[in-house]
Design a protein around this ligand. Structure first.
Ligand SMILES: [Zn+2]
Length: 281
């Protein structure tokens, strides 16, 4: 689908499951399970969905999924279903291979967003996209290097340290207008410090990659946010501001973790932003 000067498509990198209670924070189960039903272990289905943006001589990948380096024990905890055995296989549905990617925008470095950034080859962990430059916010990088007890398990050094060692990492300080022509980077801090979101402008409809600000379409109501969010009041303020823009400027929202809906436009229903039309990007 075309947004501005770019062809955009989503790619499901992995499927997994997370505790439904953790995914909806203080929202009671009898409310959230109407939106996404839980399994016998109270987990809900999730995807790690990436966005591919092609145009102006660039092939940009936003987030890289869980990847293929996790031990079996970890895979069992998160119900990770391996749908493909290599990054090339994952990108095949959009007609690309890992070598085609010129740029990787990592929204943040949690393992379900950055795990596919590196791969194990010949006993060494190396960048999974041999021709790409990777972009991360500096404040997120610092947090990942020195995580708190609360988010230590989300940061696996093998997912991101090799990017520094191979000199393919570029750290950014705050939001950027026209990072690539017609693509802004918006920064939020409520889920984690220094999460960045591409906004691709278009004459009719811009496309915004929500990442963990609004992980699924069920997280559109402002108080419906995850127990994983580090700063709950901040994320609610950020959602209010950005959802207001989304309605007023007719944004299409891309949801990284929604098991059913890759993207949707939103409209106002009273004071709330609600899903208007689901789109299969
Ligand atoms: Zn996250």
């Amino acid at each position: 689908m075309r947004f501005g000067g770019y062809d955009c498509a989503t790619v499901v990198m992995d499927s997994f499951s997370l505790d439904g209670g953790a995914m909806f924070g203080v929202v009671p189960k009898n409310m959230w399970e109407k939106m996404i039903p839980a399994d016998s272990e109270n987990r809900i289905p999730m995807t790690s969905r990436s966005l591919v943006i092609q145009g102006g001589g660039r092939v940009i990948l936003v987030d890289t999924g869980i990847g293929d380096k996790l031990p079996e024990k970890f895979k069992k905890i998160y119900g990770i279903a391996v749908s493909a055995h290599s990054m090339d296989e994952r990108l095949a549905p959009v007609g690309l291979s890992a070598a085609d990617i010129t740029d990787v925008i990592l929204t943040h470095l949690h393992f379900d967003h950055a795990g596919g950034s590196t791969t194990l080859a010949g006993g060494k962990v190396t960048p999974a996209f041999p021709n790409a430059t990777y972009y991360v916010q500096n404040s997120q990088w610092e947090l990942a290097r020195h995580p708190s007890l609360r988010d230590r398990s989300s940061y696996i050094p093998d997912n991101f340290l090799p990017l520094l060692e191979h000199k393919v990492l570029r750290l950014l300080d705050g939001p950027v207008t026209d990072f690539f022509e017609g693509i802004d980077l918006i920064v939020t801090n409520g889920h984690t410090t220094g999460q960045q979101h591409p906004l691709i402008s278009g004459p009719d409809q811009p496309l915004f990659f929500c990442a963990d600000l609004i992980p699924t379409s069920a997280h559109l109501p402002i108080p419906w946010h995850m127990a994983y969010d580090n700063y709950p009041i901040d994320i609610m303020d950020e959602k209010a501001v950005l959802l207001n823009r989304a309605v007023n400027e007719n944004w299409m929202l891309c949801f990284g973790h929604d098991p059913v809906t890759p993207a949707a436009s939103v409209r106002k229903d009273g004071r709330k932003a609600v899903m208007d039309k689901a789109v299969f990007l």
